[in-house]
Design a protein around this ligand. Structure first.
Ligand code: CUA
Length: 303
């Protein structure tokens, strides 16, 4: 494979390179065409050139301006194709991470079963993402790596990258998926291999509250409900337990106290009460009674 332009071996380098190449050629062509046009307008204006004369065709000129642009267009295709192939070809020995998108949260599941709502990866190691969705079509977008791919319910799609710098990079959803779309955010955290191994091997502490916390993450609840008091598409879980909330039931306002029974009832039958100041957008989340009890235990700890 020729490597004259194919420098950095990562997705963002490849995309930038192709982009700059195409923009560069376009800029040269723009200047050339505009320059010729202005020159001819001045040179052959009626004032300077009152008498029209016949211009003889030139085979060489025609061949030149057909062949050169064709080669330029093909060269743009070539770099686009080679780099596209690089980005699309799965790397062997990549770390595989399953990505489950749901309204409106990201869940990353590793090969050992470890789960996270942010994507932690080691630096300089190829990573392969296997994407799917639990409900509607979402799209995972990592601008810093110049990659995106749809998450479609019922099928698997793939993305690969190799992060060569540690740091934290944004993840966006880039397919409109409903009210919480703009808040469907996460991060890629690129850390050293040792740091990653340490994180990868740690198992979460057990206990009802901890299990509840992981469940919230799994069920995608944290996409809409914060645990630190900040406002998202739904009310924060912080300080929610035993709080007085104003809700609208059948158009009439009433005050409720958020206790075990209320939380469980709300999850089972969302949107019968609408919490004042919020939209009735809570989906029905499939949870068992045992899971629901764990969720409540965790919410109790968020004072
Ligand atoms: Cu998920 Cu937009």
């Amino acid at each position: 494979m020729p490597t004259m332009l194919l420098g950095p071996a990562n997705t963002s380098g490849r995309v930038d390179e192709t982009f700059i190449y195409i923009v560069g050629i376009s800029a040269v062509l723009l200047l050339l065409v505009t320059g010729c046009m202005i020159y001819f307008v001045v040179r052959y204006s009626r004032k300077r050139h009152p008498q029209a004369e016949e211009v003889k065709e030139s085979v060489w000129l025609e061949v030149f301006w057909t062949v050169v642009p064709t080669l330029l267009a093909l060269s743009m295709f070539y770099f686009g194709w080679v780099n596209f192939k690089y980005i699309r070809t799965p790397v062997k020995d990549a770390i595989s991470v399953n990505v489950v998108a749901s309204k409106w949260a990201w869940l990353f599941i590793y090969e050992n079963g470890k789960r996270s709502d942010v994507l932690r990866v080691p630096v300089n190691k190829p990573v392969r993402l296997v994407l799917t969705s639990a409900d509607v079509i979402h799209s995972l977008y990592i601008p810093a790596f110049r990659i995106k791919e749809d998450c479609v319910p019922g099928i698997k799609t793939y993305l690969g990258f190799n992060a060569n710098e540690t740091g934290t990079y944004d993840i966006f959803c880039t397919e409109y998926c409903g009210v919480g779309h703009s808040q469907m955010l996460s991060k890629v955290i690129v850390i050293s291999g040792e740091e990653f191994a340490k994180w990868y091997e740690t198992t979460e502490a057990s206990g009802a509250a901890k299990k509840g916390q992981l469940l919230l993450q799994d069920k995608g609840c944290l996409g809409c409900h914060s645990i630190d008091g900040s406002k998202k598409a739904g009310p924060s879980f912080k300080g929610l337990y035993r709080a007085r909330e104003t809700v609208i039931t059948n158009g009439a306002e009433r005050t409720v106290i958020v206790d075990d029974a209320y939380i469980k009832d709300y999850v089972r039958h969302p949107n019968i009460d609408i919490v004042k100041g919020y939209q009735p957008i809570m989906p029905v989340i499939p949870v068992t009674d045992a899971e629901l009890a764990l969720l409540v235990e965790y919410i109790k700890t968020l004072k």
